[in-house]
Each structure stands twice: as structure tokens, then as C-alpha cells.
Design a protein around this ligand. Sequence first.
Ligand code: UDX
Length: 438
Amino acid sequence: MKVSVIGCGYLGAVHAAAMAELGHEVVGIDVDQRKIDALAAGKAPFFEPGLPEILTSASASGRLTFSTDPAAAADATVHFIAVGTPQKPGSYSADMTYVDAAVDGLLPYLKDGDLVVGKSTVPVGTAARLAEKVKSAVPGADLAWNPEFLREGFAVKDTISPDRLVYGVSSDPAIAAASQAVLDEVYAKALSEDTPLVVTDYATAELVKVSANAFLATKISFINAIAEIADVTGANVTELADAIGFDARIGRRFLNAGIGFGGGCLPKDIRAFGARAEELGRGESLAFLKEVDSINLRRRQHVVDLTVDLLGGQAYNKRVAVLGLAFKPDSDDIRDSPALDIAVQLNGLGALVTATDPEAIGNAQAKHPQLHFVESIAEAVQGADIVLLLTEWKQYRGILPADIDGLVAGKTIVDGRNVLDSATWREAGWNYRAMGRP
Ligand code: UDX
């Protein structure tokens, strides 16, 4: 199929490359010249495992091109909208500017028979509104909503072999059938592998996405709330999570207590979902998401307070080593990163923060040049009064006391992700502190 992907960020760049990898002829379009230049040269503009490989193979096949010109979409018949919907400044709502601009920019090049496919995470009601816009500009074109569920770090796999597909289609049965036929062809490979498919209306498709993220955020905040109770009772939240996770109705995944969730999706999506519910007169239905958000933000404050406490009540001029800046491992994304937030807060309290991360230093430095960044664990912990492990990269999970014993000034470590073995550290003479775990 001839496909355009409008928006080449964490979602769109992967989607474009994956669609080409699946055999479609794809043009990726973005307003950011720098991003397009990198992608056109086969370089991923951000860190995502597996993306460079599929970019190279898709570009070599001639099936993947990039452009900053919306007119490049003219040859395609399927147009994915993959631009961001960040939190609006000064509000909890989603900023729809980019989605509207993407659709408006596409309208002059749409033809009868084309299908516009929304992938961005949007407030419920958006698809119906955009479908009207498309229909009134080009009566023979249609719109479907096809939310993505990709996780950064696994984005390539999640796009090529998703765990489910959701199509939100028109209430007109003939249009719905035509839209489904197009999407079935786009996703022929996944469907041939028995990927579950839910075909539904626009509102449900939009809500599936935000509900999934709200559920995941709630699961994390639930276990973090239990971690707070574990902290004051001496219980072990990791063993507790293992025990409740054996119940298949609960499940063990997304029950890792720590410094909480961040990233470009969960935090802003729960806020936008709550804001939309209020617009719909159902604010109380999602009022609990405010609590989910508060529990989450409290985790960051808890680590800041704990660090100050462990430093003797004063962070000023103390050397703090921060291991990890990305919002999660295998990503260079620092959007709403709890790790970076903690580093910045401690710096604000006068601590001398030296931070490292395998991939996110460039992004962190651009946003917070006031922090001191170094490339290696050894440089980060050199002379440190306290070490904070804040993003559970593989290289940090494997640290042993002997690796850094001789470098630090004080043997105190805060394991913000509960990934180190407490006994090993204590036996080596460290003051080891974890999250909801003795
Ligand atoms: C999320 C959803 O998982 C994905 O389906 C959706 O499409 C986009 O949002 P992503 O933002 O890539 O994906 O990250 P995810 O793996 O969900 O992790 C989110 C945050 O939760 C991270 O900061 C992570 O460290 C944290 N987390 C995750 C926990 O604190 N504990 C856990 O048990 C799991």
C-alpha cells in the first residue's frame, strides 16, 4: 500500500519504518527539518533499539522516504496521523494544535478513496470531529481511529507484532467495511499471526487507548501507595507484589514500586483523560486519577526528602551521584522523567549533582544545563556522598559494591527502582535504602 505517516517522533518514525519493513511504500512527513534529514540519511533521531536496523533496510529497499512537504502525501492512499498531543501549558488538557495542523495540512492532497488513520492519543470526540472535517473537504475520503500501544524501548516489536489491533470506524456500515478492508491490508502480517482485532466505533477506540494508559498508571501508583505503607511497617513491597502477582486476575507486570512513572504518555494522558471527563460533566468518574497522579509525584519528593535526610538534613554542597536520567531504560526520552526531576530538585537544594545515563545525557543537558553530566558510572560516583540509582538500565542493575567502593566518599545508596540485592550491599558496609523494601 502507499502510505504517508505524518509526524516522525517516537511514534511516527517507528511506524513509518515498520510499515516500510512490512512491504508498504511509505513517506514520513514532519515539519522538523533536522529530524527529516536524519531519518532520510537512515539515522534514528532518538534512541530506540532496532530502529536503526529497520531504517537502514527500509531505506535501502527504496520503500521509505521522508519529506517536510505535506504535498509528499499526495501519492499515498492511507495517511497515518502520528503527531504528539502534549499537555497544554497551564492546563491538564491535551494540546490538539499538532493533530489539527496535520489534518489541515493533509486536506489539500486528499483524494476520493483515501483513508486518514488517527494514531495519536486524543480526547474522546476528536475522531468524530476530524471525520467531519475530512468528509466536508473530500466527500469520498474517510477516517478511522487506530490507537497505538507501543512502549518505548520495544517500539519496533510492538509495531510489527502488536498484542492487539483496534480500529475505530464510521457508524456507516459501508464506510466502516471499506475502512476495515484498508486497515486489514495494512496490517495483513499481524492479522495472519492471529493478532486479536477489535473493530469498534470512534469513541470506543479513542477511549481504549486512554483507559489502557490510565489502568497502567493506576497499577503503578497502587503498588507505590503500598510501598509507602511497607516503608512504615517494615514490610517488603517486592515480595508482596510477587505474592499478589501470582493471582492471574492481578498479574505481576507493572507492579514494580519505585520512583514512579514518567514519559511522554502516562502522566499527560491521565491528566488529559481527567480534564476531558470534566468537560463531559463526569469529572467525578475519573477523580481517582488525580490521586494516581499525586501518589506518583510523591515518589519523587520522597526520594528527594530521603536523600536530604541521608545527607544529614542538608543537601548544600554535598556530592550526589545520579545513575539514570531517562524515564525508563532503553530510551533516551526524558519527558516527565522522575529521575531527571529528582536530579533537578536536588540541584535546586544546592547539592552538587553529577549525573550519567547511557543514552539520555544529550537530551537532559539541553533541558537542564545546570547539572553536571559525565559519561561513566565511575566518573559519576567519584567522591560522591550518596549514590542514587534512578533508572534501571541493565548496566546499573549489575553494579556491585566492589565496582564503586573505592571511588565514593560515602557508602550510601538509594535504589530508586528496587533492582539491587540489599544483602550484597549491606554486607559490603553500605547504607542501602530502597523503595518500600527494607
Ligand atoms: C506507555 C504504555 O505502556 C504504552 O502502551 C503506550 O502506548 C504509551 O505509554 P511508555 O511510555 O513507553 O509506554 O512506558 P512504560 O513502559 O509504560 O513505562 C511508563 C513508566 O512507568 C516508566 O517511567 C516506568 O519506569 C514506570 N513503571 C513501569 C514503573 O514505575 N513500574 C512498573 O512496574 C512499570
